[in-house]
Ligand binder design. Structure first.
Ligand code: NAP
Length: 398
C-alpha cells in the first residue's frame, strides 16, 4: 500500500485499534511519513488517538482492485440485456438487428436463406438450423418473416427445445392474424407480445425518434420476471425515442388499412407511372416522389400480406377504386357538358331539341381511341366544323 497518500474517516469507530489498520485522526487527506504512523503503543500521538478518536482506513488514493461505480453500472447494463433470436433475417430482420446489437443485446438469427456473412458483419450469430437456434434458449423470439410465410415458419420451429416461458414477439405489419396464430399455435406457457414498428429501412434508416411503435400484450405471465422481461423488450424502442402506442390488434388493423395499405397502394401505382424529377418540381410532386421511394423497397410479399391478412384492406381497395372512378366521372361529366354545348351551338339546335344523352360521351370515346369523331349531323358544312372543334377539345392542351 502506498504510504504517500492516505485518506481517513471518522465515520466508523472500532472498539479496538489494530496497528495494521488504524491510523491517526484526520478527516482530510494528508501526507504521512512512515515513521509517524502509530505502530508503537508508546507513541504519545497514537495513545491520544486511541483514547479519543479510534479510526479505520476508509479509502486510499491508489488504484482500487475494482471500481465500484463502474461495476454497479455494468451490473445494471447486464440486467437490461436480453438474448434475442430473430427468425426471418431478411430486410426488416437485419434492420432491427442493428439497433439490438448497438444496445448491447445478444442477437441470434435464423432464416430460410443463408445470411451468415450479413450476420457476422452485424455482430449477430446465424444458425442455419432452427433446432440449433432454439437450443441456445433465447429469452425472446422475434418473428420477422413475411406475413404470408409466418404460419409455415412457426410450424418449423422446434418449440420443445425452447424454455417454457419464452417470450414470442411478432413484428408483422398486420396484427389480428399473428395474434390468433400465436394464441393457437404456442403452448400456454409461452408469453406473447404482438407489435408493429411502423417504420422500416426505407422510411427510418437512421433514427426512430417519434415514430409509432404499436403493441398489444396479448399474454404475459404474471410473475415479476416475465413482466420485467416484456418491459425490457419494449424499452428497446422507448430508448430509441419511439412513440409507444398500446392498442388492441383489431384497432391496429382498422387504422392500418386506411393509412398503411392506402399508402403502399398509391406508392405502387405511382411507381408504375415511373415518375421522374423535373426542373420545376412542386412540393406536392416531391412528396409523391418520396412516397414512391418509401414504398418501392418493400417486397411485393409484404404488400400482398397487407391485403390478404387484413380484413379491412379489400374494402379500402374498393373505396379507392370507387373514389378514382367518381373523380374520373366528374371530369368526364364536365368535358361532356362542354362538348354538348359546342355541338348544340354549332348545329343551331334549339333548346327544345336535343341529342341523345350519351351522344357527346360516345363521341369523346371514339375520339379518344385515336380516330377523329365522325358525326351524322344536319349538314356537311356543320359536320366538318364539329369534327374540328371536338378534335380541338380532346387533343389540344388548353
Ligand atoms: P418480407 O418480404 O415481408 O419478409 C421477408 C422475410 O420473410 C425474409 O426473412 C424471408 O426469409 C422470409 N420468408 C419469406 N418467404 C418465406 C418462406 N416461404 N419460408 C420461410 N421464410 C420466408 O420483407 P421484410 O421487409 O423483411 O418484412 C419482414 C416482416 O417485418 C414482415 O412481416 C413485415 O410485415 C414486417 N415489417 C416490415 C417493415 C418494413 O418496413 N419492411 C416494417 C414493419 C414490419 P429469407 O430472406 O431467408 O428468404
Amino acid at each position: 500500500m502506498p504510504s504517500a497518500m492516505v485518506a481517513f474517516s471518522t465515520f466508523l469507530a472500532p472498539t479496538s485499534l489494530k496497528p495494521s489498520t488504524s491510523l491517526p485522526s484526520t478527516t482530510t487527506r494528508r501526507n504521512i511519513k512512515p515513521n509517524a504512523l502509530p505502530f508503537s503503543s508508546s507513541n504519545a500521538f497514537s495513545a491520544r488517538v486511541h483514547a479519543y478518536r479510534p479510526l479505520r482506513i476508509r479509502a486510499i488514493d491508489a488504484a482500487q482492485p475494482f471500481d465500484y461505480e463502474s461495476r454497479v453500472a455494468q451490473q445494471f447494463h447486464d440486467a437490461q440485456r436480453l438474448k434475442i433470436a430473430i427468425v426471418g433475417f431478411g430486410n426488416f430482420g437485419q434492420f432491427l438487428a442493428q439497433t439490438l446489437v448497438r444496445q448491447g443485446h445478444t442477437v441470434l438469427a435464423h432464416s430460410r436463406s443463408d445470411y451468415t456473412d450479413e450476420a457476422r458483419k452485424l455482430g449477430v450469430t446465424f444458425f442455419h438450423n432452427p433446432h440449433d437456434l432454439c437450443e441456445e434458449h433465447p429469452e425472446v423470439i422475434i418473428l420477422c418473416s413475411s406475413i404470408i410465410s409466418t404460419q409455415h415458419v412457426l410450424q418449423t420451429l422446434p418449440l420443445h427445445s425452447l424454455k417454457r416461458s419464452t417470450l414470442f414477439v411478432d413484428v408483422l405489419s398486420v396484427k389480428e392474424f399473428p395474434k390468433n396464430l400465436l394464441l393457437h399455435a404456442l403452448p400456454s406457457d409461452f408469453d406473447i407480445l404482438c407489435t408493429h414498428p411502423m417504420f422500416g429501412p426505407q422510411s427510418a434508416p437512421r433514427a426512430w425518434t417519434s415514430l409509432p411503435f404499436v403493441f398489444e400484450k396479448v399474454r404475459i405471465g404474471d410473475d415479476d420476471r416475465r413482466i420485467e422481461r416484456c418491459e425490457k423488450f419494449l424499452n428497446i424502442f422507448e430508448r430509441e425515442g419511439c412513440r409507444m402506442v398500446e392498442m388492441c390488434c383489431a384497432d391496429h388493423d382498422m387504422f392500418a388499412a386506411g393509412s398503411q395499405f392506402i399508402t403502399h397502394t398509391v406508392g405502387r401505382v405511382l411507381e408504375m407511372l415511373m415518375l421522374e424529377s423535373t426542373p420545376i418540381n412542386t412540393k406536392g410532386y416531391e412528396s409523391l416522389i418520396n412516397l414512391v421511394e418509401n414504398t418501392y423497397g418493400d417486397s411485393f410479399d409484404l404488400y400482398y400480406g397487407l391485403f390478404m391478412f387484413n380484413k379491412n384492406s379489400l374494402e379500402m381497395l374498393e373505396r379507392l377504386d370507387f373514389a378514382f372512378e367518381d373523380l374520373r366521372k366528374q371530369l368526364m361529366g364536365r368535358l361532356h357538358g362542354v362538348v354538348r354545348e359546342q355541338l348544340f351551338h354549332n348545329a343551331g339546335i334549339g333548346k327544345g331539341q336535343s341529342l341523345p344523352d350519351d351522344y357527346g360521351y360516345k363521341l369523346l370515346k371514339k375520339g379518344q381511341n385515336g380516330s377523329a369523331p365522325v358525326l351524322s349531323l344536319p349538314s356537311k358544312e356543320h359536320r366538318c366544323s364539329f369534327v374540328f372543334q371536338i378534335y380541338t377539345i380532346i387533343y389540344l392542351p388548353r
